[in-house]
Design a protein around this ligand. Structure first.
Ligand code: 5GP
Ligand code: ZN
Length: 138
């Protein structure tokens, strides 16, 4: 896609700091990292988000994300890593070309990926469960 910044990076029109590349994907350092080693894994083919991607590509990219996270532990002395993947503007996706974030984490580092736990009222979890598991219409 001509107007997609990640497609332009993959085509080499815009420079990137690539830490890994194969026939299917690249992994590059995020230009505005949450911390040292923050890496994005993106397919060479344009997909808007995870709902558009075939299972084999999703599986391959998550496998690469795991390797990048392990590399951050070995090479950057990270104590762990988050794998984050945003779909849709409401979920914080700002670049509409499917990608996975690998964010190395350090024991004394800031809390970056968190949410506020809630205590749902009686019946709320059950109602959600029923919606999520309802048989689809034939
Ligand atoms: P999203 O919010 O869509 O999940 O993540 C998009 C990420 O892409 C952001 O973390 C942002 O810093 C990164 N990003 C945006 N433009 C560029 C760019 O031109 N090069 C690189 N390496 N990262 C980018
Ligand atoms: Zn693209």
């Amino acid at each position: 896609m001509d107007n997609c910044i990640f497609c332009r990076i993959i085509a080499g029109e815009i420079p990137s700091m690539r830490v890994y590349e194969d026939d299917c994907c690249i992994a590059m350092l995020d230009i505005n990292p949450a911390g040292p080693g923050h890496t994005l894994i993106l397919p060479k083919q344009h997909f808007q988000d995870i709902t558009a991607v075939d299972d084999a590509t999703v599986g391959h990219l998550f496998s690469v994300a795991r390797k990048i996270g392990m590399r951050a532990e070995f090479r950057l002395n990270a104590d762990g890593f988050n794998i984050v993947q945003n779909n849709g503007a409401a979920a914080g996706q700002t670049v509409p070309h499917f990608h996975i974030h690998v964010i190395p984490r350090f024991s004394e580092g800031p809390d970056m990926v968190s949410w506020t736990p809630t205590e749902p009222a009686d019946g709320v979890l059950q109602a959600v469960l029923e919606k999520l598991t309802a048989e689809e219409d034939a």
